[in-house]
Design a protein around this ligand. Structure first.
Ligand code: MV4
Length: 448
């Protein structure tokens, strides 16, 4: 096993990884930018190394500086967390060429699933359902129009290098398809230096259901059931839960085993997520694969009792999975609410500044993953998420009641947060009935 790991991230996920390492008897070095220099979680690590200015390009995205920090700290592995360099295949390759283990998938598997066109090809080979659409990249307008005639509108245009909703356009007719194609290509070129796009039938009012998978270097690959992440705003998830209230036991089993087939076909290792779109008839289609640990991983940890970060570290060290598929049970119901320093009453305006008062929820079935405290200054330079509140209940009904109770105990001042919105969601009749889709927040809750 490793004796020391570098954490190439910040905030709650850096703290989450420090905690896992401490319990495993592994020393930690954490990198930080000048904007994070006063953060208390840095003192929980064995070593903290300043790597540059607040701008991500100068610090958390700066490969040479992170590798230098790893050399100075004399670590055997780097955990990238999520965001920043987590899905950068080049970074994974650089780490390994420097004889530092990257705690994540092989660079080749990451690149294969990272290209959506390539990933869809893999899915077809593995008999994983995909949305009807172009077989690969769209070459020109003529090809797009011809396909649209066959598939029928609405059509969605997606960037091959995209993800998380960037570079997407929905078209309802030939005119908007032509315009959407051009603007999607331009946006993809600017954002990813790759203008390749493809098209699919647009699935209306679908749910976002994703499967947690994990694979070791000995050929073992398993799923840890699903999370329903349909409650989103502008592709930012707000609430995640497991199990999904929308799946029958049979569809759940099918969807989860399909995810395992796909990652086996990709030669994937370590933790990952296979995203699906589920329509109103419980038909499911592959969306994309996220080659990293995700923000919402505690939802899965809560229902399965498995520590995903520890398992990621063991796999990177070459150990086999410590469980078999049949041992992984989905027990009770878990819900996570993302607590963002944003004002829902002012179009989610970011709320940087100092937290003066903080009282956090606790008690049975409550977990809070957060790096903040009274006196903490939220820097304006990064994502606005300041914590994740996760609850576990025997049933979905109990989990919702517990979440309401925990949210009502949560007091943060004077910073405004998404807590009031979460309280509203927990009281919403559609949410209570489990009847939501990816457009629900914007169409129903925020429409006024
Ligand atoms: C779709 C879709 C409908 N039909 N593809 C958004 C992010 C990326 N993972 C793919 N996304 C979508 N792909 C087809 N063929 C609707 C979405 C989508 C969405 C998906 C998941 C979560 C939130 C979403 C919000 C808007 C659109």
């Amino acid at each position: 096993m490793f004796t020391k790991i570098l954490i190439a991230n910040r905030g709650e996920i850096a703290l989450r990884i420090i905690r896992a390492c401490r319990e495993m008897g592994i020393q930690t070095a954490v990198v930080y930018s000048t904007a994070d220099r006063d953060a208390a979680y840095l003192t929980f690590a064995d070593q903290a190394i300043c790597i540059g200015e607040a701008s991500p390009a100068e610090s958390y995205l700066n490969i040479p500086r992170i590798i230098s920090a790893a050399e100075v700290a004399d670590v055997q592995a780097i955990h990238p967390g999520y965001g920043f360099l987590a899905e950068n295949a080049h970074f994974a390759e650089v780490c390994r060429s420097c004889k530092i283990e990257f705690i994540g998938p092989p660079a080749s598997a990451m690149a294969a699933v990272g290209d959506k066109v390539e990933c869809k090809r893999l899915a077809k080979r593995a008999k994983v359902p995909t949305v009807p659409g172009s077989e690969g990249a769209i070459d020109d307008e003529k090809m797009a129009l011809k396909l649209a005639e066959q598939i029928g509108y609405p059509i969605i245009i997606k960037a091959a290098a995209g993800g998380g909703g960037r570079g997407m356009r929905v078209a309802h007719n030939d005119v908007s398809l032509r315009a959407g194609l051009k603007s999607a290509q331009l946006e993809a070129e600017n954002a990813f230096k790759n203008s390749t796009v493809y098209i699919e039938k647009y699935v209306e009012q679908g749910r976002h259901v994703e499967v947690q998978i994990i694979a070791d270097s000995h050929g073992n690959a398993v799923h840890l059931w699903e999370r329903d992440c349909s409650l989103q705003r502008r592709h930012q998830k707000l609430v995640e839960e497991s199990p999904s209230p929308a799946l029958s036991p049979q569809v759940r089993e099918e969807l989860c085993t399909a995810a395992v087939r796909l990652i086996k076909a990709a030669g994937y290792q370590n933790a990952g997520t296979v995203e699906f779109l589920v329509d109103q008839n419980q038909k499911y289609y592959l969306l994309e694969v996220n080659a990293r640990i995700q923000v919402e991983h505690p939802v899965t940890e809560t229902v399965t009792g498995i520590d995903l970060i520890k398992e990621q570290i063991r796999i990177a060290a070459g150990l086999p999975l410590s469980f078999k598929q049949k041992d992984i049970k989905q027990i009770g119901h878990a819900i996570e609410c993302r607590i963002n320093a944003e004002d829902p009453a002012r179009n989610f305006a970011p709320q940087p500044g100092t937290i003066q008062e903080l009282r956090v929820p606790g008690g049975p079935g409550v977990r809070l993953d957060s790096h903040v405290y009274a006196g903490y200054r939220i820097p304006p330079n990064y994502d606005s998420m300041i914590g994740k509140l996760i609850v576990h209940g025997a049933t979905r009904t109990e989990a919702i009641a517990r979440m309401k109770r925990a949210l009502s105990e949560f007091h943060i001042s004077p910073i405004r947060t998404t807590i009031p919105l979460h309280l509203q969601i927990m009281d919403n009749q559609n949410f209570l009935a489990g009847k939501v889709d990816t457009g629900f927040i914007e169409r129903v809750l925020l429409a006024k």
